[in-house]
Design a binder for this molecule. Structure first.
Ligand SMILES: Nc1nc2c(c(=O)[nH]1)N=C([C@H](O)[C@H](O)COP(=O)(O)OP(=O)(O)OP(=O)(O)O)CN2
Length: 171
């Protein structure tokens, strides 16, 4: 085949699922206006797929930089109680050093210093995956490393169950 008839190369995907790409967090899933789980925790595991076109040197940036960025993002969520700031069923009220999660007529107290409120609707693998892919895109660091076409973030709350969220350039 001559160069002029070679088809355009298909994009390449780098998959990263390192042991350090995880965070241990407390949460409770809210199923409806009056049903939720009790407070508990998970070791959430994160996997990232980065799709793009390798450069003339056959690389899409140094994936060590991708690993550093994703691990730092996971570390920022490690050992916190995560609460959804945009839940339709949960109201958060700060009072002194406490945050009260008001749900179905009950006020669940947390120390402010133990809590991270995330701008998502529920602390679920779906919402966490979408939140993390948004953080990676918005903070721009990953996109600055290489010409990325697409990103996928998978968040697992345990073996065999995960949520995946994607970003595609120009979509
Ligand atoms: N659509 C979703 N449903 C549920 C989610 C979620 O994120 N998205 N999350 C939960 C809770 O986190 C629940 O605590 C998960 O518990 P469980 O599935 O039991 O997790 P395990 O790791 O213990 O899995 P086993 O199958 O019990 O081994 C619920 N629903």
């Amino acid at each position: 085949m001559t160069a002029s008839t070679d088809p355009a190369p298909l994009p390449i995907t780098i998959e990263l699922s390192k042991e350090a790409m995880k965070f241990s967090a407390g949460h409770f899933t809210i199923f409806s206006a009056d049903r939720r789980e009790r407070l508990h925790g998970h070791n959430f595991a994160v996997q990232v797929s980065i799709t793009g076109e390798p450069d003339a040197n056959g690389m899409m940036g140094d994936y060590a930089e991708f690993k550093r960025i994703v691990t730092r993002l996971c570390d920022s969520l490690d050992e916190w109680v995560l609460l959804p700031g945009r839940s339709p069923h949960l109201k958060l009220r700060e009072e002194g050093e406490y945050v009260y999660a008001e749900f179905a007529g009950q006020a669940i107290p947390f120390l402010r210093s133990d809590v991270q409120v995330l701008p998502i609707r529920n602390i679920t693998v779906e919402e966490l995956a979408r939140y993390l892919v948004g953080r990676l895109v918005d903070e721009g660091k990953v996109l600055a490393v290489a010409p990325i076409h697409a990103l996928m973030v998978k968040v697992s709350s345990g073996p065999g169950q995960l949520g995946a969220a994607s970003w595609r350039r120009g979509a």
